[in-house]
Design a protein around this ligand. Structure first.
Ligand SMILES: NC(=O)c1ccc[n+]([C@@H]2O[C@H](COP(=O)([O-])OP(=O)(O)OC[C@H]3O[C@@H](n4cnc5c(N)ncnc54)[C@H](O)[C@@H]3O)[C@@H](O)[C@H]2O)c1
Length: 323
């Protein structure tokens, strides 16, 4: 099994920021029923409290407590399907926000090698690439053990590996193809989540598991026929909710992101060109999402910023599901 290309020690994780002082200002009735953390404050003619929020900045990062919660300093993350596309972009965002080490799991050797070289170069994180198939439960378990040994205990598991078969009529869908897709998108996600959770439970550390589902888990895409993909993503969302309920007791949070049409290699196939015009016309924002437009949500779900959130699915689809 491949080892981490390079290991660098990251500095001690930063202390949590002090709580901001709470000052209630202004005696008006309206203000009393709408408590806010604000000081110094001004009252406008309607008695609404306004003014700058005096959050105390964290000494190490210079961030407010709110922004500080988005930091991932000292954390170790695994991203499946992170050699390219949405997975790679989200992996970059986790690194940008401070993870100490990152492991990329993917079947694409060259992309994986390039991905960790870039992440290490750009962010100085310890980065490792493992060429494995998410359907291989033994390999996934070995990877978790190797990550624990070489990088540290796993705090974040982001399951982005997935495939799509589009434009296959349900009545003609080859069963072996159907099984393969379910095996990668659903069973593969479960295998990775389970392996990460086992590690988090045995260490008592808790963690965040993020699934990449799809708006196809909510709606039926048009005009392409892709019953299997849609079913696989609906199942990922329900799996995520079930795991969230079971693993909350271990301080493991599970959430998912459901993207709409994104401009990635998955969609850059000639067979889909004509359909993209239709996709855009059915999307209120009239465009595909950029490859980095899930990044902020991934950081949010990975971090303490979403500490009271588990079992939720977040749609990021340019408004597609509104109609
Ligand atoms: N692109 C979109 O429009 C879109 C929309 C909704 C959901 N998604 C989901 O987002 C995720 C990422 O998609 P993307 O657009 O970045 O696609 P992508 O093809 O660019 O990236 C997917 C990655 O997963 C890897 N992978 C595939 N099968 C694997 C396996 N069995 N084991 C390990 N790795 C495997 C691929 O090698 C690839 O690097 C997928 O789960 C996809 O279903 C994508």
């Amino acid at each position: 099994m491949p080892m981490a290309e390079e290991i660098i020690e990251s500095g001690p994780s930063t202390q949590a920021a002090a709580e901001p002082e709470v000052q209630q200002d202004g005696p008006s009735e309206e203000v009393r029923t709408r408590p806010q953390i604000v000081a110094p404050s001004r009252k406008d003619t309607y008695g609404i409290v306004s003014g700058p929020v005096p959050h105390i900045l964290d000494a190490a990062t210079g961030l407010t407590p709110t922004l500080q919660k988005f930091r991932l300093d000292g954390k170790i993350a695994i991203v499946t399907g992170g050699a390219r596309g949405l997975g790679f972009n989200m992996a970059s965002a986790l690194c940008e926000c401070g993870v100490r080490g990152i492991a990329i799991l993917d079947i694409l050797q060259d992309h994986g090698d390039d991905a960790i070289a870039l992440l290490h170069q750009k962010y100085g994180v310890a980065a490792a690439f493992y060429k494995i198939d998410v359907r291989d439960e033994d390999a996934v378990r070995d990877v978790i053990a190797s990550v624990e040994l070489h990088l540290g205990s796993v705090d974040i598991m982001l399951c982005s590996a997935g495939i799509a078969d589009s434009n296959i009529k349900a009545e003609e869908y080859p069963i072996d193809k159907f099984r393969r897709l379910i095996d990668i998108n659903l069973t593969g996600s479960f295998i990775c989540a389970q392996a990460a959770a086992q590690s988090m439970i045995s260490r008592g550390t808790g963690g965040s598991i993020i699934f990449i589902a799809s708006m196809s888990g909510h709606i039926v895409n048009y005009p392409q026929q892709q019953a299997c993909y849609n079913a696989s993503k609906a199942a990922v969302i329900q799996l995520m909710k079930s795991l969230a309920a079971e693993w909350a007791q271990y301080n493991i949070r599970c959430n998912s992101i459901s993207p709409g049409y994104m401009d990635t290699a998955l969609n850059r196939v000639p067979a889909l060109d004509a359909q993209k015009t239709i996709w855009k016309s059915r999307t209120p924002q009239e465009r595909l999402g950029n490859v980095d437009e899930l990044n902020n949500t991934a950081v949010f779900l990975a971090s303490e910023a979403s500490s009271f959130m588990t079992g939720s699915d977040l749609l990021i689809d340019g408004g597609y599901c509104c109609w």
